[in-house]
Design a protein around this ligand. Structure first.
Ligand code: ARG
Length: 598
């Protein structure tokens, strides 16, 4: 994203360690060569984190300076060390400087870092640090299921991704509108209703009526594929006639449309509720249909769009995007028609400055064409429209397809996940916990497993769904993170009168494993910032997974109970409860709500 680099830079400059180091290096370099021209910002931009903790907390690569200073990078690093040691000896921020090849490596004084972050976490200030800057109105459109079709595992990826981005952007201070855009018109509905009226003789079930409709839609597609010759033609005519009636809003079919549409909508509502996802606004394709048509006709009158064989489209050849069809020759609307009206509403009714569409990668060309058309229509906001494409969710045996019969519909996914959780993780609590707690914990764990599995991969990479792998408690899973959280909470809970607000001696936290944890907590806000700007919740899943591993490692060598002194015990409790708070905040940003005990 355009502002990313500078924002990241200004964020690094807010980091007191990086900033002081940058200032120190800047002064030294000017001393070495007074006419050296270089801004503080560009130096700060070079500071990185070494790959291994032993090397140091921050590193400054000297090879880019070799040319200007006519010296080997390693020599520059050594000269920097000497000068920094002298200059920064007053500062309590740094512990040591060393060189490794062309790198200057720096260890910070970790008690200073702890002092910056721990009290802020316990006071509740730390996790709102990111919200200071932005106020841009952002709309994140996601989920967008079609009525009369089944909602399956694949659809969960979109929900998990969109929902997490909404949370990440809000955390970073944006004004976010979470939007849905439901496909409730079009050929697929005519197909489904043809089958419903002519072939089906079952009555709808009491629950999951929408899913049942989706099965009729699948049956309809399969039936059509099985037909040939005149029979097929006959069916296609019937479906077209049905579509025409739907578009004319013929009363009888409209009533059936409304009733069946509601079945799907009710299902969707249940699904979102179970997943803990909320929308601020829901658009429907049916409400932008007419408006889209008017926009296109107007555009053609204004000479912006072109007629071609009775249809209307826009010539995007200057952008190498071909001819984009906007209205059929029979005057019926297309998917594209509606997207123009939808975007207009987003800009004009909602004042959206940055508009994000979370939609499968197969629609990439469509969105390039939509955004190019909006630009031609004069919408400046078109340049801040962004399609976030994501790859498929596949099964271990390959692509999901209704013909192969390996589509996992939502209700089955939900049932199987919950059964697994109940049997494998909650059986031992059946006697002592209330049914309510068993049920709510089951849901939380199952949702964590699904969402984590869906987010733990970059959007552009395919995901292989595996219920068993996603539900194990050891490894890179949502269940593992939940266990870690619950475990830390129970450790802290044992010390009843521990007060996280009480002052501690930060100097005591000097074990390398404790230092690693402190650094992770210190970096948390930067990661959240980047996860949003790069549209990659996977950056956060990785950080949280590492935080949990670092915690386990630390806890096994830095016991609370067997700490050498009461002061050390309190310092560790303070650190560990800050880890729990960070983990909780991070999980919430993924849309995961951990239980308090397991
Ligand atoms: N309902 C559409 C589909 O299932 C996705 C809609 C995406 N959003 C949009 N503004 N076109 O393919």
């Amino acid at each position: 994203h355009q502002c990313c680099f500078f924002c990241l830079l200004s964020r690094s400059i807010m980091n007191i360690f990086v900033r002081s180091l940058g200032v120190g290096i800047h002064q030294t370099l000017l001393k070495l060569q007074p006419d050296y021209e270089c801004t503080l910002e560009s130096l700060v931009g070079l500071i990185e984190t070494p790959p291994q903790q032993e090397m140091g907390d921050y590193a400054f690569p000297c090879f880019t300076l070799a040319k200007v200073f006519r010296k080997a990078p390693a020599q520059i690093a050594n000269e920097l060390i000497l000068d920094l040691q002298a200059n920064l000896s007053e500062s309590s921020l740094f512990e040591s400087f060393s060189s490794l090849g062309p790198y200057l490596n720096v260890k910070v004084n970790s008690s200073e870092m702890a002092k910056q972050v721990l009290p802020e976490i316990h006071k509740g200030n730390w996790f709102s640090k990111n919200s200071l800057e932005q106020k841009t109105q952002v709309m994140i459109e996601f989920s967008q299921p079609n009525t009369h079709k089944g909602f399956h595992v694949g659809h969960c990826r979109n929900v998990a991704l969109g929902d997490s981005l909404v949370r990440l952007f809000r955390y970073n201070g944006y004004q976010v509108i979470a939007a849905n855009y439901i496909g409730d018109v079009g050929t697929h509905i005519a197909k489904c209703l043809w089958f419903y009226q002519e072939k089906n003789n079952e009555s709808p079930p009491y629950i999951h009526k929408g899913e049942w409709l989706g099965e009729l839609y699948t049956a309809s597609t399969l039936a059509l594929e099985g037909q040939t010759g005149s029979e097929k033609e006959e069916t296609q005519k019937k479906i077209s006639a049905l579509l025409a009636k739907l578009e004319e809003k013929e009363p009888q079919i409209t009533q059936i449309w409304e009733e069946t549409r509601n079945w799907s909508l009710e299902d969707f509502e249940q699904i979102y509720k179970w997943l803990g996802t909320e929308f601020d606004h829901v658009f429907y394709e049916s409400e932008v249909d007419e408006e889209g048509k008017q926009l296109v006709i107007q555009g053609a009158e204004d000479g912006l769009f072109q007629k071609s064989d009775g249809a209307i489209g826009v010539d995007l050849n200057d952008e190498k995007l071909g001819f984009f069809l906007l209205l059929k020759s029979d005057g019926n609307t297309l998917y594209s028609t509606k997207d123009l009206a939808l975007a207009k509403r987003k800009f004009e009714e909602f004042g959206i400055e940055r508009s994000i569409y979370v939609v499968g990668a197969e629609q990439t060309l469509h969105f390039q064409q939509v955004f190019a058309t909006l630009k031609k229509m004069g919408y400046e906001q078109a340049s801040n429209c962004f399609h976030l494409p994501y790859a498929l969710v596949v099964m271990p045996e390959g692509k999901m397809s209704s013909r192969a019969g390996n589509v996992i519909l939502f209700s089955k996914l939900q049932r199987e996940m919950c059964d697994f959780v109940r049997i494998n993780y909650l059986e031992s609590h059946r006697e002592s916990w209330s049914d309510g707690e068993i049920e709510s914990t089951t849901r939380k764990v199952a949702v964590a497993a699904i969402k984590y599995g869906m987010l733990n991969q970059d959007p552009n990479k395919q995901i292989t769904f595996s219920l068993k792998d996603w539900l194990v408690s050891e490894g890179d899973t949502g269940v593992y993170l939940i266990y870690a959280y619950v475990r830390i909470k129970s450790i802290v809970r044992k010390f009843e009168n521990f007060d996280p607000q009480a002052e501690i001696d930060f100097e005591l936290l000097k074990h390398s494993h404790e230092k690693a944890l402190i650094r992770k907590l210190f970096d948390f806000n930067d990661i959240v910032y980047q996860a949003a700007e790069q549209y990659r919740p996977s950056l956060l899943t990785r950080t949280l997974f590492e935080l949990c591993k670092d915690f386990s490692r630390c806890y096994s060598s830095c016991s609370v109970k067997h700490a050498e002194s009461t002061e050390l015990k309190l310092a560790r409790l303070n650190l560990f409860s800050a880890v729990a708070a960070t983990l909780l905040t991070g999980l919430n940003l993924l849309g995961i709500e951990p239980p308090e005990r397991m």
